[in-house]
Design a protein around this ligand. Structure first.
Ligand SMILES: Cc1cc2nc3c(=O)[nH]c(=O)nc-3n(C[C@H](O)[C@H](O)[C@H](O)COP(=O)(O)O)c2cc1C
Length: 219
Protein backbone atom coordinates (compact mmCIF):
# COMPACT_ATOMS: atom_id res chain seq x y z
CA UNK A 1 0.00 0.00 0.00
CA UNK A 2 1.61 3.25 -1.10
CA UNK A 3 -0.74 5.90 0.22
CA UNK A 4 -4.36 6.14 1.19
CA UNK A 5 -5.36 7.03 -2.35
CA UNK A 6 -3.12 4.50 -4.08
CA UNK A 7 -4.24 0.93 -3.83
CA UNK A 8 -1.87 -1.96 -4.14
CA UNK A 9 -2.53 -4.97 -6.29
CA UNK A 10 -3.85 -6.74 -3.22
CA UNK A 11 -7.02 -4.73 -3.59
CA UNK A 12 -7.61 -5.81 -7.13
CA UNK A 13 -9.14 -9.20 -6.48
CA UNK A 14 -11.77 -7.58 -4.34
CA UNK A 15 -12.19 -4.93 -7.01
CA UNK A 16 -12.64 -7.50 -9.71
CA UNK A 17 -15.20 -9.33 -7.61
CA UNK A 18 -17.11 -6.09 -7.22
CA UNK A 19 -16.88 -5.34 -10.90
CA UNK A 20 -20.05 -7.03 -12.09
CA UNK A 21 -22.10 -5.75 -9.24
CA UNK A 22 -20.84 -2.21 -9.53
CA UNK A 23 -21.37 -2.07 -13.26
CA UNK A 24 -24.78 -3.67 -12.96
CA UNK A 25 -25.75 -0.74 -10.78
CA UNK A 26 -26.78 1.22 -13.85
CA UNK A 27 -28.16 4.62 -13.06
CA UNK A 28 -29.85 5.28 -16.35
CA UNK A 29 -32.33 7.58 -14.67
CA UNK A 30 -29.54 9.79 -13.52
CA UNK A 31 -28.23 10.79 -16.90
CA UNK A 32 -28.75 13.86 -18.99
CA UNK A 33 -30.82 13.31 -22.10
CA UNK A 34 -29.21 11.48 -24.95
CA UNK A 35 -29.87 14.40 -27.27
CA UNK A 36 -27.88 16.77 -25.09
CA UNK A 37 -25.20 14.19 -24.54
CA UNK A 38 -24.79 13.54 -28.21
CA UNK A 39 -24.67 17.19 -29.07
CA UNK A 40 -21.99 17.93 -26.51
CA UNK A 41 -19.98 14.82 -27.11
CA UNK A 42 -20.13 15.28 -30.85
CA UNK A 43 -20.53 11.54 -31.09
CA UNK A 44 -23.74 9.62 -30.73
CA UNK A 45 -22.07 6.22 -30.73
CA UNK A 46 -19.74 4.70 -28.20
CA UNK A 47 -16.19 4.56 -29.49
CA UNK A 48 -15.03 1.16 -30.59
CA UNK A 49 -11.45 0.08 -30.26
CA UNK A 50 -8.37 2.23 -30.06
CA UNK A 51 -5.91 -0.42 -28.96
CA UNK A 52 -4.28 -0.32 -32.36
CA UNK A 53 -2.85 3.12 -31.68
CA UNK A 54 -2.30 3.17 -27.94
CA UNK A 55 0.33 1.14 -26.25
CA UNK A 56 1.96 0.60 -22.91
CA UNK A 57 5.56 -0.07 -23.79
CA UNK A 58 8.80 -1.32 -22.27
CA UNK A 59 7.31 -4.30 -20.45
CA UNK A 60 4.82 -1.92 -18.89
CA UNK A 61 7.62 0.37 -17.67
CA UNK A 62 6.22 2.19 -14.73
CA UNK A 63 2.51 2.53 -15.35
CA UNK A 64 -0.11 4.24 -13.24
CA UNK A 65 -3.87 3.96 -13.58
CA UNK A 66 -5.41 7.16 -12.21
CA UNK A 67 -9.15 7.64 -12.10
CA UNK A 68 -12.01 9.70 -10.81
CA UNK A 69 -15.30 7.93 -10.15
CA UNK A 70 -18.40 9.45 -8.58
CA UNK A 71 -20.61 6.37 -8.64
CA UNK A 72 -18.26 3.41 -8.92
CA UNK A 73 -18.46 2.51 -12.59
CA UNK A 74 -15.15 4.05 -13.62
CA UNK A 75 -13.53 2.71 -10.48
CA UNK A 76 -14.55 -0.83 -11.39
CA UNK A 77 -13.08 -0.43 -14.87
CA UNK A 78 -9.90 1.15 -13.50
CA UNK A 79 -9.42 -1.71 -11.06
CA UNK A 80 -9.67 -4.29 -13.82
CA UNK A 81 -7.23 -2.39 -16.04
CA UNK A 82 -4.74 -2.05 -13.19
CA UNK A 83 -5.17 -5.70 -12.33
CA UNK A 84 -4.61 -6.79 -15.91
CA UNK A 85 -1.51 -4.61 -16.29
CA UNK A 86 -0.20 -5.14 -12.77
CA UNK A 87 0.06 -1.43 -12.12
CA UNK A 88 -0.49 1.00 -9.29
CA UNK A 89 -3.88 2.64 -8.90
CA UNK A 90 -4.51 6.23 -7.85
CA UNK A 91 -7.94 7.57 -7.00
CA UNK A 92 -8.59 11.22 -7.76
CA UNK A 93 -10.68 12.31 -4.80
CA UNK A 94 -12.54 15.61 -4.37
CA UNK A 95 -11.99 17.12 -0.93
CA UNK A 96 -15.76 17.43 -0.84
CA UNK A 97 -17.12 14.21 -2.37
CA UNK A 98 -20.26 14.35 -4.49
CA UNK A 99 -23.34 13.03 -2.72
CA UNK A 100 -26.27 11.49 -4.57
CA UNK A 101 -28.06 14.82 -4.23
CA UNK A 102 -25.02 16.62 -5.61
CA UNK A 103 -25.11 14.36 -8.67
CA UNK A 104 -28.80 14.82 -9.39
CA UNK A 105 -28.66 16.45 -12.80
CA UNK A 106 -32.46 16.66 -12.94
CA UNK A 107 -32.36 19.15 -10.05
CA UNK A 108 -31.70 22.66 -11.33
CA UNK A 109 -30.09 23.64 -8.04
CA UNK A 110 -27.93 20.55 -7.48
CA UNK A 111 -24.18 20.98 -7.17
CA UNK A 112 -23.45 19.29 -10.47
CA UNK A 113 -26.08 21.27 -12.36
CA UNK A 114 -24.79 24.56 -10.97
CA UNK A 115 -21.23 23.56 -11.90
CA UNK A 116 -22.36 22.54 -15.33
CA UNK A 117 -24.02 25.89 -15.90
CA UNK A 118 -21.18 27.96 -14.43
CA UNK A 119 -17.72 26.84 -15.45
CA UNK A 120 -16.14 28.99 -12.72
CA UNK A 121 -17.60 26.58 -10.14
CA UNK A 122 -15.69 23.58 -11.55
CA UNK A 123 -12.46 24.25 -9.65
CA UNK A 124 -12.78 21.13 -7.51
CA UNK A 125 -10.24 20.85 -4.71
CA UNK A 126 -8.65 17.40 -4.48
CA UNK A 127 -7.35 15.56 -1.44
CA UNK A 128 -4.13 14.79 -3.34
CA UNK A 129 -3.18 16.18 -6.72
CA UNK A 130 0.14 14.46 -7.37
CA UNK A 131 0.46 10.71 -6.82
CA UNK A 132 3.46 9.58 -4.84
CA UNK A 133 6.33 8.66 -7.11
CA UNK A 134 4.84 10.66 -9.99
CA UNK A 135 8.18 11.31 -11.68
CA UNK A 136 8.80 7.58 -11.91
CA UNK A 137 5.76 6.80 -14.04
CA UNK A 138 6.33 6.58 -17.80
CA UNK A 139 2.71 5.91 -18.72
CA UNK A 140 -0.47 7.11 -17.06
CA UNK A 141 -3.95 5.88 -17.88
CA UNK A 142 -6.51 8.48 -16.86
CA UNK A 143 -10.09 7.37 -16.25
CA UNK A 144 -13.22 9.43 -15.67
CA UNK A 145 -16.99 9.42 -16.15
CA UNK A 146 -18.55 11.47 -18.90
CA UNK A 147 -20.61 14.38 -17.59
CA UNK A 148 -22.60 16.30 -20.16
CA UNK A 149 -20.40 14.98 -22.95
CA UNK A 150 -17.04 15.89 -21.39
CA UNK A 151 -14.73 14.50 -18.73
CA UNK A 152 -16.20 14.92 -15.25
CA UNK A 153 -14.51 18.07 -14.04
CA UNK A 154 -13.13 16.75 -10.74
CA UNK A 155 -10.39 15.30 -12.94
CA UNK A 156 -9.40 18.79 -14.18
CA UNK A 157 -7.17 19.78 -11.28
CA UNK A 158 -5.41 16.43 -11.50
CA UNK A 159 -4.61 17.21 -15.11
CA UNK A 160 -3.56 20.83 -14.67
CA UNK A 161 -1.75 20.22 -11.40
CA UNK A 162 0.73 17.69 -12.72
CA UNK A 163 3.67 17.74 -15.12
CA UNK A 164 2.96 15.43 -18.07
CA UNK A 165 6.21 16.06 -19.89
CA UNK A 166 7.73 12.80 -21.09
CA UNK A 167 4.73 10.70 -20.14
CA UNK A 168 2.52 8.63 -22.40
CA UNK A 169 -1.11 9.25 -21.47
CA UNK A 170 -4.07 7.03 -22.34
CA UNK A 171 -7.52 8.32 -21.41
CA UNK A 172 -10.48 6.05 -20.75
CA UNK A 173 -14.00 6.82 -19.65
CA UNK A 174 -17.33 5.29 -18.77
CA UNK A 175 -20.70 6.65 -19.78
CA UNK A 176 -24.33 5.74 -20.25
CA UNK A 177 -24.32 6.33 -23.99
CA UNK A 178 -21.94 9.11 -25.01
CA UNK A 179 -18.65 8.38 -26.68
CA UNK A 180 -15.24 9.62 -25.60
CA UNK A 181 -15.98 12.65 -27.77
CA UNK A 182 -13.54 15.50 -27.35
CA UNK A 183 -12.85 14.64 -23.72
CA UNK A 184 -9.36 13.24 -24.28
CA UNK A 185 -8.37 16.11 -26.57
CA UNK A 186 -9.62 18.68 -24.08
CA UNK A 187 -7.66 17.08 -21.26
CA UNK A 188 -4.54 16.91 -23.43
CA UNK A 189 -4.93 20.59 -24.17
CA UNK A 190 -5.33 21.37 -20.48
CA UNK A 191 -2.28 19.25 -19.63
CA UNK A 192 -0.13 21.13 -22.10
CA UNK A 193 2.36 18.29 -22.45
CA UNK A 194 2.62 14.53 -22.61
CA UNK A 195 2.14 12.12 -25.47
CA UNK A 196 -1.63 11.70 -25.35
CA UNK A 197 -2.90 8.59 -27.09
CA UNK A 198 -6.32 7.84 -28.47
CA UNK A 199 -8.55 6.79 -25.60
CA UNK A 200 -11.28 4.30 -25.03
CA UNK A 201 -14.88 4.61 -23.87
CA UNK A 202 -16.53 1.83 -21.88
CA UNK A 203 -20.18 1.47 -21.10
CA UNK A 204 -21.11 1.92 -17.47
CA UNK A 205 -22.18 -1.71 -17.84
CA UNK A 206 -18.94 -2.77 -19.51
CA UNK A 207 -18.10 -6.40 -19.56
CA UNK A 208 -15.02 -7.27 -17.52
CA UNK A 209 -13.58 -9.36 -20.34
CA UNK A 210 -13.89 -6.42 -22.72
CA UNK A 211 -11.93 -4.24 -20.32
CA UNK A 212 -9.29 -6.91 -19.73
CA UNK A 213 -8.92 -7.47 -23.45
CA UNK A 214 -8.37 -3.78 -24.13
CA UNK A 215 -5.86 -3.48 -21.30
CA UNK A 216 -4.01 -6.59 -22.43
CA UNK A 217 -3.77 -5.11 -25.90
CA UNK A 218 -1.88 -2.13 -24.54
CA UNK A 219 1.05 -4.14 -23.24
C1 LIG B 1 -23.92 14.66 -13.71
C2 LIG B 1 -23.87 13.51 -14.67
C3 LIG B 1 -23.77 13.76 -16.02
C4 LIG B 1 -23.74 12.70 -16.92
N1 LIG B 1 -23.62 12.98 -18.27
C5 LIG B 1 -23.59 11.95 -19.15
C6 LIG B 1 -23.48 12.20 -20.54
O1 LIG B 1 -23.39 13.34 -21.01
N2 LIG B 1 -23.47 11.13 -21.38
C7 LIG B 1 -23.57 9.85 -20.92
O2 LIG B 1 -23.54 8.93 -21.72
N3 LIG B 1 -23.65 9.58 -19.60
C8 LIG B 1 -23.64 10.60 -18.71
N4 LIG B 1 -23.71 10.33 -17.37
C9 LIG B 1 -23.62 8.94 -16.92
C10 LIG B 1 -22.19 8.61 -16.46
O3 LIG B 1 -21.24 9.00 -17.43
C11 LIG B 1 -22.04 7.12 -16.26
O4 LIG B 1 -23.03 6.63 -15.39
C12 LIG B 1 -20.65 6.80 -15.72
O5 LIG B 1 -20.39 5.43 -15.92
C13 LIG B 1 -20.54 7.13 -14.25
O6 LIG B 1 -19.24 6.80 -13.82
P1 LIG B 1 -18.88 6.71 -12.28
O7 LIG B 1 -19.80 5.69 -11.68
O8 LIG B 1 -17.47 6.27 -12.26
O9 LIG B 1 -19.08 8.06 -11.70
C14 LIG B 1 -23.77 11.36 -16.46
C15 LIG B 1 -23.88 11.13 -15.09
C16 LIG B 1 -23.93 12.19 -14.19
C17 LIG B 1 -24.01 11.91 -12.71
Amino acid sequence: MRESSVMSRRGFLAGAALFAGALAGCDANNNPSGAENDQQAGNSQPTTSSSGTSSVTSANGNVLVAYYSAQGHTEAVAQVIADELGTDLFEIMPAEPYSDDDLNWTDDSSRVTREHEDESLRDVELTQVTPDGWDGYDTVLVGYPIWWGIAAWPVNNFITGNDWDGKTVIPFCTSASSGLGQSGDLLAEAAGSGDWQEGRRFSQNADEDEVRSWAAGLS
